[in-house]
Ligand binder design. Structure first.
Ligand code: FES
Length: 136
């Protein structure tokens, strides 16, 4: 499908995701749905060491969602993103596998930005919003 003007604008300026205060340091993630190659998939954003990081909610070991409760991704010490299925551990800032059965895999990152008290995410060629028009 050819990108529309709205798609191009979203890639340049981002799409509003949530209020920045909704993401507490090492707290619960913000989850939403995107289209990857036209297929719906969940994504999540969390705050770690002050910065917002976002990934597709899909483990590199087996392509399943990873949160152990909705929006809860971090281990008990809040150091790693932990897959609830078999315990793969990922570095929150890079999405790189650092332990468990994810091997050399990494999470699929989504670009985010934080400005004027809001968090934005940036669609890409492969990962699009559910609707082609950004919310007003
Ligand atoms: S599915 Fe995530 S560690 Fe196996």
């Amino acid at each position: 499908m050819r990108p529309t003007d709205a798609d191009r604008r979203a890639e340049d300026t981002g799409l509003p995701l949530c209020d920045a205060r909704a993401l507490a340091e090492r707290g619960k993630a913000w989850s939403w749905e995107v289209l990857e190659y036209g297929r719906p998939v969940r994504a999540f954003a969390l705050r770690f060491d002050g910065a917002v990081h976002a990934y597709l909610n899909r483990c590199a070991h087996v392509p399943v969602e990873m949160d152990w409760q909705p929006g809860e991704f971090l281990d008990s010490e809040q150091r790693f993103i932990l897959c609830a299925v078999h315990g793969a551990a990922y570095e929150p800032a890079s999405g790189r596998c650092v332990g468990g059965p994810c091997g050399r895999g990494r999470l699929t990152a989504l670009r985010t930005d934080e400005r004027d008290g809001r968090v934005y995410w940036y669609p890409s060629h492969d990962i699009r919003p559910l609707a082609s028009d950004p919310p007003a």
